[in-house]
Design a protein around this ligand. Sequence first.
Ligand code: FAD
Length: 561
Amino acid sequence: MKVLVIGGVAGGTTAAARLRRLDESAQIVVFERGPYVSYANCGMPYHIGQLIKDRQALFVATSDSLRTDYALDVRVRHEVVAIDRTRKTVTVRELAGSTTYEESYDKLILSPGARPIIPRLPGTDLRGVFTLRSVQDMDAIKALLDSGEAKAAAVIGGGFIGLEMVENLMARGLDVMVVEMLDQVLTPLDFEMAAQVHSHLRLKNVRLGLGDGLKSIARDNQGRLEIVLASGRMAKADVVILAVGVQPESDLAKAAGLKIGPRGHIVVNAQMQTTDPDIYAVGDAVLVSDPISGGPTAIPLAGPANRQGRLAADHIAGRQVAYAGTQGTSITKVFDLAVGTTGLNAKQLRQLGIAFRDSISHSPDHASYYPGSTQMSIKLLYRPEGGKLLGAQVVGVNGVPRTVNVLAAALKAGMTVFDLENLELAYAPPFGSAKDPVNIAGFVASNWLRGDVELVSWDEMARLDPRDDAVLDVRTKGEWEQGHLDGAVHIPVQELRSRVSELPSAKRWIVYCKIGRRGYIAARILRAHGLRAVNLSGGLDTLKAATELQGNFEEWRARED
Ligand code: FAD
């Protein structure tokens, strides 16, 4: 059997190596347009930032090692330019020279990836304006920084590549601004969770412009880049990183008549076969199923690309396999924070018309009496009936990877929030709590679904009806004096039982504390005394983060004037 693979990085090399392990006799040829195969593109921002010092460390395998270890025929700088499905051949252009040749196949695997979107705006082709996908992009950005000429950078787009670049450019001593067209960075998060990231970016002295987009870039008479934003704001930079998203590289598949989805992704079945059963496609270029909604989704991440590559090879080797879909588990480092997500968020669930409830809990990542504990925030989204998990978001300094991974596994296993209450997770004071943050998130959600407490979200606070609703702060006197919500009544939770008669019983009481725990206790007390009471989800911490000024462009301008 002769198998050709197009694309020699994440999905392509995985497929080729797996196939070799299953079939020693297959002839396997990998075509890669670029000069490198199997490199760690996820590590590139950190090499630019000099955290990964050794460039060579990014090359997980080389053409030579794939030849020797897996007997793969790896052809770098070879671009496949056409597929003839009737003759089962591809046309290959050798980029070093300019010859083209044909190669026949029994099975073909496409793993062409996704290219960065370059907005059609003036100046995006100027020297000093970059995207980051390939090793060459990385080398060019790093060379400019190494020259010492760059003092300021503008990152356009607040997705994970954009924010990783923000952090690494700052590590190189540059002043960095990030501009995001939406009102929040990191769209897998819901707004109030992203608000914590905004606050952290401001803390780290990043210039954060939200709800604004790039309009044009020009070179000024000192040779610097002048950036004009849609709002009319202007800024100077020496390096601009365009990180506004990616689009699938599906031109080849389209030209070959394979079915393409509405946003240009290659349509595949659960065996990763395209509409031509002898042609498989994997990775960033494909449309797969979302196991939660059952609908189509495209999630450009390395984990799915690797698993799909492996699965395509399994199927070619005759194994009965089926891809279970991509639920979108991700994690990103933003300075001291880690941000993890899995499944669908509130915006997506609303768009899909899926009924859900959500709740937020804040817990120490490990026993608070053991040094170094930090707060971790978890948002769960789940079915109102039965509590089946639909998604989770985790933001914190420590413990985020283990937490999001537990939640991702729970989601995959079809667990409910009631299952989370009972998960038995490892605990010793340096590592966790006897009630793990995942258990606590499960308690909060389950309490609501069982009717033990009712929750209101931070955005509902702006819609309270003063004729019916009243707000009760149950924190300590010291906390109250440092600031509280306008119009709130203050009774610390410890005094509530003896002072409950002070609260008019005709009102619905919205109870709040710092993170929601004391608010829950207080709401239970009020209900036991016959009052209507609801607890503010995530407490004042969530409300404050979501309602404060998110961007800081104006603040920077004031500083400079
Ligand atoms: P790629 O790995 O992009 O490989 C496709 C290859 O195909 C390319 O090298 C291309 O040159 C080649 N090719 C395309 N067309 C042809 C052709 N016609 N002929 C020959 N060759 C062709 N994901 C995560 O999960 N976590 C992370 O932390 C993370 N960080 C990232 C950081 C950066 C800077 C980038 C750019 C990506 C990051 N990703 C991350 C995404 C991850 O790298 C991709 O999801 C993954 O590489 C996709 O694999 P793929 O095989 O589909 O495409």
